[in-house]
Every structure is written in structure tokens, then in C-alpha cells.
Design a protein around this ligand. Sequence first.
Ligand code: RP5
Length: 166
Amino acid sequence: MTAECPPVAIIMGSQSDWETMKNAADTLDALGVDYEARIVSAHRTPDRMYAFAKGARDEGFKVIIAGAGGAAHLPGMVASLTSLPVFGVPVQSKSMSGLDSLYSIVQMPAGIPVGTLAIGRAGAVNAALLAARVLAVYDDELADRLDDWITRQTASVGDYPVDEAP
Ligand code: RP5
């Protein structure tokens, strides 16, 4: 018996991207959405990337979150090889603070869509929330969990600023 494929694939170009992409994984955990995280590099493991992207729909994935930094071709290349929705997370690079990653991911030519998020942690969290919102279109229980998440976030915002511990 084969285990059921989780709905979300979180892929990244390098082990070094995990620190950022773990924020997407943690967010999906909080929402009770299953995922699988894999290292898939457009440049260092092009055959792995091709096999993953071509097979992702048949494997059972519904949404792909792809994080990469620098010359960040991974989200665009994967989007060119699958009809699944792809959300791209620009990982903050050392040399250009992630602007290189952002421009590499966001400037897709017409016809190959990548939903591009913010650089770094915010992008990873929001990619997970967007993936969950896509899945929640046909999943009322997940929609309820998303509503609860939003309610908790709202409740966590204080009315007045306080001094934080040094
Ligand atoms: C990209 O190159 C990866 O997505 C990563 O953000 C960046 C640097 O990779 P490492 O040299 O840290 O493996 O392909």
C-alpha cells in the first residue's frame, strides 16, 4: 500500500534555504495541512527537478511552494513543467539581500505563472497561507481552520505598544 501523497510540496534549491522555507512548513503544521519538503535544485540537480515537476501532479500534489535564492530559476522552471499552481519564495541572498532572488522569480514571461511572494520569512509564511487558501476552496474544514488562524492573529495584536525585554 502506498502512503497518500500530501497536498503540498515544499521544494527548495539548497539545504541553506531550509532556514527560510521551514517557516512555510511550520505554518502548514499550524493549519493541519500535510506537506513534503524536498531539495530540488534547478542548477545542481536539473534531472531531479525535471522528474519532480513532470511527475508532481501524478504523484498527487495539489500545490507547489518553491523557494530559491540568487539566480532563482527553480520556481519558474517548475512552473514551466507542470500545470499545478506554483508559489515562489525569494530566499534572502547575502550579496543582494534577496533582490536578485525576487527579480529572478517575479519577472516571468507571459504564459508561465509563478505567484511570487515577499523575500524571506514573510514570503514563506504567506506562501503556505496561500497554498492553504487554494486547498480550502474545496475543503470547508480547512477553511474553518484558516478562519481560526486569522482570529488568533487578530487577537494577538495588543492595543498599546510595550517595552520589550532587552
Ligand atoms: C540557490 O543558490 C539556492 O536556492 C540557494 O538559495 C542559493 C545558494 O545555495 P548554496 O550555495 O547555499 O547551496 O540555488
